[in-house]
Design a binder for this molecule. Structure first.
Ligand SMILES: [Zn+2]
Length: 230
């Protein structure tokens, strides 16, 4: 599990000074607790405190542990001039963004390393280079499958964005061998969303919905091709 941002990188900010990095850490911790309490899953966290982690390091973290699933947790914000948006969105990796908002968001999230002044010259900066790998096809299929399940489960627990399933070039989702999704829990720039993001009740309910999606993902289907892993 990957709580976004941290340390010098605050992420987006709410009207009351709430920081994305704190909100997504609180959510990730609640989700981790719920996942581990069933005794079925072991959850490794890219960060458990307010420290800065490079995007590539987050990807490496998942790969070196042989993670079966990677969930990056974020909360979005819209510049005031772009109007009002609300609800949760689930993103997968794609070379071409599904729409302008997805493209803007991926660009904003990919700036995390720049904010911390990380030297990016040694990093592959072109998501397309990684996408040509055919081995990634299976991972993409699993990522999409999980993303759809998360959207289905979240619908019953949280307010959803009007287009809740999107894709864009998020660097943090580029592990070629780990199914990866990025969940934007809601908009810090929208009053009602912010209220929910701050609510422990909402957090517990929403985390429970993600647990259900994880369970569905890992439960092999009796009939039909594909299905969950393990
Ligand atoms: Zn973020």
């Amino acid at each position: 599990m990957d709580p976004g941002h941290g340390g010098i990188d605050n992420g987006t900010k709410g009207s009351g000074g709430e920081l994305e990095k704190d909100i997504v850490l609180a959510f990730s911790q609640a989700l981790r607790e719920k996942l581990e309490s069933g005794g079925k899953y072991r959850v490794a966290m890219t960060r458990v405190d307010d420290s800065f982690i490079q995007l590539s390091e987050r990807v490496r973290f998942a790969r070196t542990r042989g993670a079966a699933l990677f969930i990056s947790v974020h909360a979005d914000a819209l510049p005031r001039k772009e109007g009002l948006a609300e609800g949760a969105t689930v993103y997968t990796l794609s070379e071409t963004a599904s729409d302008a908002e997805a493209a803007r968001l991926a660009e904003a999230e990919n700036k995390a390393d720049v904010i911390a002044g990380v030297d990016l010259t040694a990093e592959p900066n072109d998501v397309a280079n990684i996408l040509v790998d055919l081995a990634q096809r299976e991972t993409k299929t699993f990522s999409m499958q999980f993303a759809r399940t998360v959207v289905d489960e979240l619908k019953s627990a949280a307010r959803m964005h009007k287009h809740p399933l999107k894709s864009a070039g998020f660097k943090v989702l580029t592990a070629p061998d780990v199914p990866s999704v990025l969940i934007e829990l809601g908009y810090m720039s929208t009053k009602d969303d912010l209220k929910q993001l701050n609510s422990p009740v909402w957090r517990a309910r929403t985390a429970q919905a993600v647990v259900k999606a994880v369970e569905a993902f890992f439960t092999p289907r009796v009939a039909g091709a594909g299905g969950g892993r393990r």
